[in-house]
Design a binder for this molecule. Structure first.
Ligand code: SF4
Ligand SMILES: [Zn+2]
Length: 107
């Protein structure tokens, strides 16, 4: 990723710019992005939370924000629940069949 302040290319998971030190992640945590508006722009103008009357202190003039979500990007598909296959019943049936066969064998 390119640093919005100095233009230095950095690793996509970099916490801060290796040249100018600009923070890319909040609180030093790799999972919390700090979004930065391009020079002369404000993030709130394109943020989906603008219409929900955002209550953050920097609204509506935020140039950096951790909660920014670009309203121009398509909404990510919702995560659907897929139950895992239940193999335990199959194991139980196989054990039952094996036990029946063993019992049916002449001893
Ligand atoms: S979440 Fe951030 S970018 Fe979005 S409207 Fe609020 S302050 Fe602006
Ligand atoms: Zn930089």
């Amino acid at each position: 990723m390119e640093c919005p302040r100095c233009g230095t290319p950095n690793k996509t998971n970099a916490i801060a710019c290796r040249t100018c030190g600009k923070a890319f992640k909040a609180y030093g945590h790799p999972g919390v992005n700090i979004f930065t508006a391009p020079e002369g722009e404000v993030l709130c103008e394109t943020c989906v939370y603008r219409e929900d009357n955002c209550t953050l202190p920097n609204y509506p003039h935020a140039t950096q924000c951790t909660l920014y979500r670009d309203a121009r990007q398509p909404t990510p598909a919702p995560v659907t629940y897929r139950p895992r296959r239940q193999w335990s019943w199959l194991v139980a049936v196989l054990l039952l069949v094996a036990a029946s066969l063993w019992a049916a064998l002449p001893h």
